[in-house]
Ligand binder design. Sequence first.
Ligand code: SF4
Ligand code: SF4
Length: 451
Amino acid sequence: MSVREGSLEAPTRHPLDWLNPDFYDETSALAEMERVFDICHGCRRCVSLCNAFPTLFDLVDESSTGEVDGVDKKDYWKVVDQCYLCDVCYLTKCPYVPPHPWNLDFPHLMLRGKAIQFREGTPTRFRDTQLASTDRNGTLAGIPVVVRAVNALSHNSTVRGLLDSQLGVHKDAWLPEFTSQQFRSHAAASKPHPVKDGARTPGKVAIFATCYINYNEPGIGHDLVKVLDHNEIPHVLAEKEACCGMPKLELGDLEGVKALKEKNIPMLARLARAGYAILAPIPSCGLMFKQELPLMFPDDADVIAVRDAMFDPFEYLVARAKDGLLKTDFKAELGNVSYHIACHLRVQNVGQKTREVLQMVPGTQVNTVERCSGHAGTWGVKKEYHEVAMKIGRPVFRQMAEHPAGETRWIASDCQLAGHHIEQGMQNAGKDVEGKLAHPITLIRLAYGLA
Ligand code: SF4
Ligand code: SF4
């Protein structure tokens, strides 16, 4: 049978077969890696996306045969380690994804590798699980006396040297500060707006705050609340909240993902069935509910209900505008905005909704940069990957600085962690970034003239 180059049908994605005992069988996983790596070696389309593909192609090119069969299977793990599961190769590049008969899902194969590594235990497991415990870290560090010490220590060069040598957190990587004024306990209650459903949008919102907004940058959550209130959209907070599970997924800790899913999903499903749009202001958390959990639990009706109610905030605002229910009474121009679209938003397949809203603001020129920043959750702060993360981000740092309309007034990313990584990269390149980083929802709050 001849196999055509690329599939003509819309890509589909098979559920993650993680409950099948074969999923954790190393021999079987390595055989599948050999099959897939051989296809990738002949294709090479993804060479510029991340460091996983150059690592693979170098291994093949330097092998005795010049083919995948010449690569020692022990070295396959080097490829797995370089993947941070952004999904971009699957969703934007690969012509061989299902329904193509080659049935290639590179990120899920890398996830399978990570799950095997996690179950077997890796030398960096302690560091990795500490970094992935985002809600526990936030709770501890958010105790008022502790928070000042933690934030001060994260800027102390001796402490950073110790973190680097003892824990493997790169001494130069940007680390988030913690707040003692957590978003969930300080968010303003909704005003009593009447619910106005639109054809595309529920008229009431539940906010899934996310660990980052709750423990690190609550101001972004407060800005989202102000934008909703300005648009007369009643809102509530999801009543209890645990981490979405993305940091554990990135480690291959699938049982850890399941435990968090069991905390979040029943409560979110109740909100979904009560007619709320659920907004998650960090793209990775939204992606977890929209895509990763449904692929892990395809038969769970609650997971599917949450998937169908979950919106990126700007996806919601654009749909609200199409329903004729978004205010456009902007009071302030934003000027030149360099906007980075995060990979975990790109792969949600919703289009460039943040750019669309920013462009509604008069006197605003948006320079959209659609490329991986290299931060990738906790991956970019790890000692062994930070320099690669900065290298991957270099084209983004440059494009963010080179706004075609002149000097960049604002730098913004849907993913605030990527935003800080970009700010650091631009600063390292000698660019003036002082006071320029702002989350897009903050920019919309400013454009509305809301204090
Ligand atoms: S999922 Fe992202 S990081 Fe992993 S191989 Fe694909 S493009 Fe690279
Ligand atoms: S993931 Fe697909 S597009 Fe990318 S190198 Fe492999 S075969 Fe080619």
